[in-house]
Design a protein around this ligand. Structure first.
Ligand code: SAM
Length: 311
């Protein structure tokens, strides 16, 4: 089974959090003002809306003696919001063997928090090697769960959620990208990928070539002002972004499993119709969107007339 399958199951090392503050399986912080016990604290931070920083995450960041960061300028902004100043040290998994042992040694006597620029550390972000080495050294590792773009996008896409497979970023070179897609073509799970605006259309086309015209979603700017989620067949999504160019902002692509085809919603159809009407007549636009979505052409035609009437 590929390593980055996020779905449950399988063997794992069990980290048991058992202390006086564990009630019915919930770990409450007994004293949010008290110094933190030494160890490594993995802290998830917002992916857009700062209101998504949990009170527990804020408390840990305010009390950790050192925070290992991707970019100190990004984390400094978050700490400013909390009104605290903490010692920060840069950390990347490729930082090399000299940085990690020093950080691990520190964790033996003090609380070290790990954050990335946004979201959950270790998920397409640094941290895996630090956690591995901390565990090997017998350091207590605690996670403070929170925002993760992959899971948030899955909740918006309207695609099956019972089994999902996280691919992170695909390789940028065409051949390597096609190979990576071919590798997962037979996986019976929803696929989740991170992508950037400029590469979006090419990636959607490559996914259509490698997987067939599956139902998929482009989810952008989660928890920000211009949050958007459009679900449609890969061919329709590829046409949309080829036509309009790469969208701004941060993007997650979610692709339904083989053989699944949940219907596009009216809102999805409206977005596709608006795009199609920029280049086609009302009748042609209705036909194109009907073909792409399986929705009724006559209803789409009426909707297209209404949309054209708005402008
Ligand atoms: N560790 C992060 C997490 O938990 O989601 C992901 C870090 S990865 C370097 C950054 C990528 O996550 C972006 O390029 C984008 O694909 C996705 N991403 C992050 N924030 C997002 C948001 N607000 N909306 C959509 N995608 C987002």
């Amino acid at each position: 089974m590929p390593k980055n399958l996020l779905a449950g199951g399988g063997l794992c090392h069990v980290h048991c959090l058992m202390n006086d503050a564990t009630i019915n399986g919930t770990a409450d912080d007994p004293s949010p003002e008290a110094p933190l016990p030494p160890g490594l604290y993995i802290v998830a931070t917002p992916i857009g809306n700062l209101g998504d920083l949990s009170p527990r995450a804020a408390s840990i960041l305010s009390r950790a003696e050192t925070i290992a960061v991707e970019d100190s300028r990004v984390t400094a902004k978050l700490l400013n919001r909390l009104g605290v100043k903490r010692r920060m040290t840069p950390y990347h998994d490729h930082s090399g063997d000299h940085v990690r042992p020093a950080l691990i040694a520190r964790m033996a006597t003090e609380a070290v928090a790990l954050v990335s620029d946004a979201g959950t550390p270790l998920i397409s972000d640094p941290g895996y090697k630090l956690v591995r080495d901390a565990r090997d050294a017998g350091i207590a590792v605690t996670t403070i769960p929170g925002p993760c773009a992959a899971v948030a996008a899955l909740t918006l896409a309207g695609l099956p959620t019972d089994r999902f497979f996280f691919l992170g970023f695909l390789p940028s070179k065409e051949k390597a990208r096609a190979d990576a897609i071919a590798e997962v073509a037979s996986v019976r799970a929803t696929l989740i990928l991170y992508e950037s605006g400029p590469r979006l259309a090419a990636t959607l086309s490559a996914l259509e070539r490698g997987l067939g015209d599956r139902e998929a979603a482009v989810v952008r700017e989660i928890s920000k002002t211009f949050e958007e989620s459009v679900t449609a067949p890969l061919s329709a999504l590829a046409a949309r972004y080829l036509e309009n160019g790469g969208p701004k902002g941060e993007i997650v692509i979610v692709v339904g499993p083989p053989g699944e085809a949940p219907a596009a919603t009216d809102a999805d159809a409206d977005i596709l119709l608006r795009d199609a009407l920029n280049r086609l007549s009302v009748g042609q636009a209705a036909s194109e969107v009907a073909k792409a979505t399986g929705l009724n052409r006559r209803e789409l035609y009426s909707r297209a007339i209404a949309i054209r009437g708005e402008s």
